[in-house]
Design a protein around this ligand. Structure first.
Ligand code: ADP
Ligand code: MG
Length: 242
């Protein structure tokens, strides 16, 4: 049974139809890369999946929780979905460890010592266990983004969403974040990621989804997709090296 099932969702902002009937099934442990031009609806789709935006019609099912246009199922669904953005937004006055412990303690009421244990575990996962006591400003952008990933993992999500998490980083810092994502994928995490890193999509994603004008224009196993995109729009997009 798929862990994520998106069934014919639509989303409008005012008069603008931003998502135009999107359906997608994701199996547990799959990595899905979402690519496409700016404005094609990639971020909106991810934001709908974790309920940051309400859909106008259709349904989204994650790990057995169903979210519909009336907003039911939202709270349950959010607990199972982690999201990481381009801007990491760590709290500057909290240490790395405190940043990671915050949501489990506040949202899930996890006792402090248990939250610390989890923080150490997830910080080890992103290779930053030794920087637990540092403040965000003492870290590089790549390290801060890895802390943001750890912060999300600390909530023990079943699905992780990544929206252009390396777009603000220099190439060498991009690499260290991609390595963490690769390890997460290998460990079996279900992931949907919007990315401009075509090599990463090609090598790491099971399926690449090309979005165009609010629709899934093309979706295929990554190797096949990049070897021979079927639509002129996808060919042009890949050819442009974006
Ligand atoms: P992408 O991530 O592929 O660049 P987005 O999902 O961010 O695309 O945006 C898709 C379209 O929706 C764009 O035309 C954008 O201007 C519009 N849009 C996104 N968010 C909002 C919003 N909060 N209010 C109005 N329009 C929005
Ligand atoms: Mg976007």
């Amino acid at each position: 049974m798929p862990i994520v099932e998106i069934d014919n969702i639509t989303k409008k902002f005012g008069d603008v139809q931003v998502l135009n009937g999107i359906s997608l099934s994701v199996e547990r442990g799959q990595v899905i890369a979402i690519i496409g031009r700016s404005g094609s609806g990639k971020s909106t789709m991810l934001r709908c999946i974790n309920g940051l935006e309400m859909i106008n019609s259709g349904s989204i099912k994650v790990a057995g929780h169903t979210l519909t246009a009336n907003g039911s199922g939202l709270i349950e669904l959010r607990k199972d979905v982690g999201m990481v953005f381009q801007s990491y937004n760590l709290f500057p006055h909290l240490t790395v460890e405190e940043n990671v412990m915050l949501s489990p303690r506040i949202v899930k009421k996890v006792p402090t010592e248990k939250a610390r244990e989890t923080a150490i575990k997830v910080l080890t996962q992103v290779g930053l266990d030794h920087r637990r006591d540092a403040y965000p400003e003492q870290l590089s952008g790549g390290q801060q983004q890895r802390v943001a990933i750890a912060r999300s993992l600390a909530m023990e999500p079943q699905v992780m969403l990544f929206d252009e998490v390396t777009s603000a980083l220099d190439p060498e810092l991009t690499q260290e974040v991609l390595v963490v994502m690769e390890e997460l994928a290998r460990a079996g995490m279900t992931m949907l990621l919007v990315t401009h890193e075509m090599e990463f999509a090609r090598n790491m994603a099971d399926i690449t989804v090309f979005m165009h004008e609010g629709k899934i224009w093309e979706a295929a196993p990554s190797e096949a997709f990049f070897a021979s995109p079927q639509t002129p729009e996808a060919r042009q997009f890949i050819g442009a090296g974006k």
